[in-house]
Ligand binder design. Sequence first.
Ligand code: R5P
Length: 230
Amino acid sequence: MHAVNTEKEKQRVGEQATALIENDMLIGLGTGSTVYYFLRKLGEKVREGLQVMGVATSRQTQTLAESFGIPLVDFNAVNELDLTVDGADEANYQLQAIKGGGGALLSEKLVASRSKRVVWIMDATKLVRQLGNVALPVEVIPFGYAHTMGLLQKEGWEPVLRQDKGSIYTTDHGHYILDVPMNGIHDPHALSVWLHLLPGVVEHGLFLDFADTMYVADGDQVVVMHSHAK
Ligand SMILES: O=C[C@H](O)[C@H](O)[C@H](O)COP(=O)(O)O
């Protein structure tokens, strides 16, 4: 696969994914620059009469959805969602992903875990054979974050506390993010479990058994991949 123009590919895949949306669906709305195009197109369809409700996975998405006229509902007020469409920072051929580059991983994982179907949308530059070319975001409690960093360092990792314009980056939920360079993840499930057991860790960016479908924009094409596990 080859990338031609990442922004155009994001737009193509974001817009194409709106074809999955049917009347009366309750949709999980992911976060990020690829999802932006999905939301924009979905807003157009809503203005043309499509009836849907969305659950936003971040303040950024909430603001965008509102500006595009997509009706939103509180996550706590809903039961199961029909479909979640979200971006990814990296994904492999088993549809396992690393997410959280935009800091929305905690809400994204909650919403994905409450959805009948989960679809990742991305450009082809993000498709990899083995996860771990990008740093893995790990969301931590501010109290004791240095201790959590130390626990990671003790195991040989080199976590970097995420910054935003010279200050510590804070998530929508008031947490910090440690970006942990990986250099290839050999056993994502084992790493996922280990991270969840680490004191101070709220969530991490490994999304392993969520997606059933992936839309990957490669030049003028959108390749649709399905999970064999689902
Ligand atoms: O926290 C952010 C999300 O996980 C995004 O979906 C992910 O970072 C991909 O975003 P983008 O489409 O902007 O590359």
